[in-house]
Design a binder for this molecule. Structure first.
Ligand code: DQQ
Length: 473
């Protein structure tokens, strides 16, 4: 049997393979699953096809971390059982603590039919025994699409377990269906926890994740066909969730199917799947596809939205550091930061807009400026964007501009916290908004960082850069 470290070492030479974002030892990764802190250790399970770098027959991969930053691979946790209800795949789900017994609810796929299944672990989450009575729910309720019925969020209220399952109500829209159970095995359908409107929030909701945050409740959903994840903030009463506000979890176009955990310190922490931005042929040739986002800490904002910040533990990866302060940036000059070269760096930059119409920062920049990936703030449109039109010279890679609204109050600075990790660019703007994208620079010398302003001057108040170490133990 190949052990994961050997697989990782075999792919280590690949210049696009991140080294401080989590990814599978090799092959395919998609959704985070079963996130839990158990007896102090963080556990990250993930949708995994060990056979090829493409979606296929899905297993649950597994890794653990003592500090939320450094990870150790563990053997595959869950595999399809021939002739079982999960014969064609073990799709997304969650893990809860059932009075000391780690208990997993996941979606068993057989043919096109998706049904909830249960498994338990008696050895600290390493190996899992499937419940002989699987599936624990025989079919989706009447009126619900029978083959769009998957992904599980389970929680306890008083002595009762509750479960939200993603689905589609024909002619209406995506929905999260609510069930209850005294024992995690016998489930009674109650009603939709929340139903969407197809024109606004898609026709199918995948990966519902429901949790309290501050005084409100949050429902995170990944709607088909939107290709992005949303959060709904609202109130939860009589086992129904009423959304009052909606936002995008990440506006960079590459973040999907997030799941959260509440850790032992009471923090709500989210991981999401960062899909690729290059052709399927390139993914197969690379031998790997799919990366996990950095862990993000969620908190409620004064305006009712949710704020996302990188987990502070990530600072443990920082190496050599450089700092500049008080630079005037004008259109006339290219402000290439000297002595900064890197495809694995963390950057914290604070800009005052001055009279510039647009300003920002280029990274993965070639010395001649032909290749770069740009983060730009457009003042008139109040938009922050990631621009990949010059990120690589390969026609096989995506070349677009993605972004969203970021309103800055009068005099408010733009604070960018950027994590460049080879093919991943993960950006946190003003401590609450995320843009994540994937880039595949063609040139080995696309390693520089530069600042720019257009239509006037901007002031770079300060910029800190760190080299970033690896997360693999
Ligand atoms: N992917 C899983 C499903 C989920 C979808 C299959 C979201 O369970 O609905 O890997 O990426």
């Amino acid at each position: 049997m190949t052990i994961p470290n050997e697989q990782r070492n075999r792919l280590a030479h690949d210049p696009h393979r991140p080294h401080y974002h989590f990814l599978a030892p090799a092959s395919w990764l998609n959704d985070p699953n079963g996130l839990i802190q158990w007896r102090g250790q963080y556990h990250l399970f993930y949708q995994h096809n060990p056979d090829a770098a493409r979606f296929g027959k899905i297993y649950w991969g597994h890794a653990t971390s003592a500090d939320l930053v450094h990870w150790q691979d563990l053997p595959i946790a869950l595999a399809p059982t021939p002739d079982g209800p999960d014969a064609d795949g073990c799709w997304s789900g969650c893990i809860v603590d059932d009075d000391g017994v780690p208990t997993m609810l996941y979606t068993g796929l057989r043919g096109r039919v998706q049904r909830p299944c249960l498994a338990t672990s008696a050895d600290g989450l390493l190996t899992w025994t499937k419940y002989p009575g699987n599936p624990v729910i025989a079919a989706a309720p009447l009126g619900v699409d029978q083959i769009e019925f998957r992904d599980h969020c389970v929680w306890k209220e008083n002595d009762m377990w509750y479960q939200a399952i993603g689905s589609r109500i024909p002619d209406i829209g995506g929905a999260a269906l609510l069930y209850r159970s005294p024992n995690l095995r016998d489930w009674e359908y109650m009603h939709p926890l929340c139903t969407g409107v197809a024109s606004e929030t898609g026709t199918i909701w995948e990966c519902p994740d429901f949790f309290p945050l501050g005084d409100a409740h949050v429902l995170a959903i990944s709607p088909i066909p939107l290709r992005k994840s949303l959060y709904l903030v609202g109130s939860y009463a009589d086992h129904r969730f009423t959304p009052e506000r909606m936002g995008e979890i990440d506006v960079g176009g590459h973040f999907y199917a997030p799941q959260t955990l509440r850790d032992e310190r009471g923090r709500r922490i989210m991981f999401g799947w960062l899909w690729e931005g290059r052709s399927e042929a390139a993914q197969l040739a690379a031998g790997w596809a799919g990366v996990m986002s950095l862990p993000r800490v969620l908190s409620p904002r004064h305006d009712g939205r949710v704020s996302f910040a990188p987990a502070p533990e990530l600072a443990a990866l920082r190496g050599a550091h450089r700092r500049w302060a008080g630079l005037q940036i004008t259109y006339a000059s290219a402000h290439v930061l000297p002595e900064i070269q890197g495809d694995s760096v963390e950057i914290v930059a604070e800009f005052a807009a001055g009279d510039a119409a647009a300003f920002g920062l280029d990274m993965r920049r070639s010395p001649d400026g032909a290749e770069y990936t740009r983060i730009v703030y457009d003042r008139a449109r109040q938009r922050i964007e990631i621009d990949r039109r010059r990120s690589s010279s390969s026609a096989e890679d995506q070349h677009d501009v993605q972004g969203g609204m970021l309103e800055l109050a009068d005099g408010e600075a733009l604070r960018l916290h950027i994590f460049v990790d080879r093919s991943v660019v993960e950006v946190f703007a003003n401590d609450h908004m995320c843009l994540t994208s994937r880039v595949y620079p063609s040139r080995p010398d696309s390693l520089g960082v530069a600042l720019f302003a257009q239509g006037g001057a901007a002031e770079l108040r300060s910029i800190d850069l760190w080299e970033v170490g690896s997360i693999w133990l």
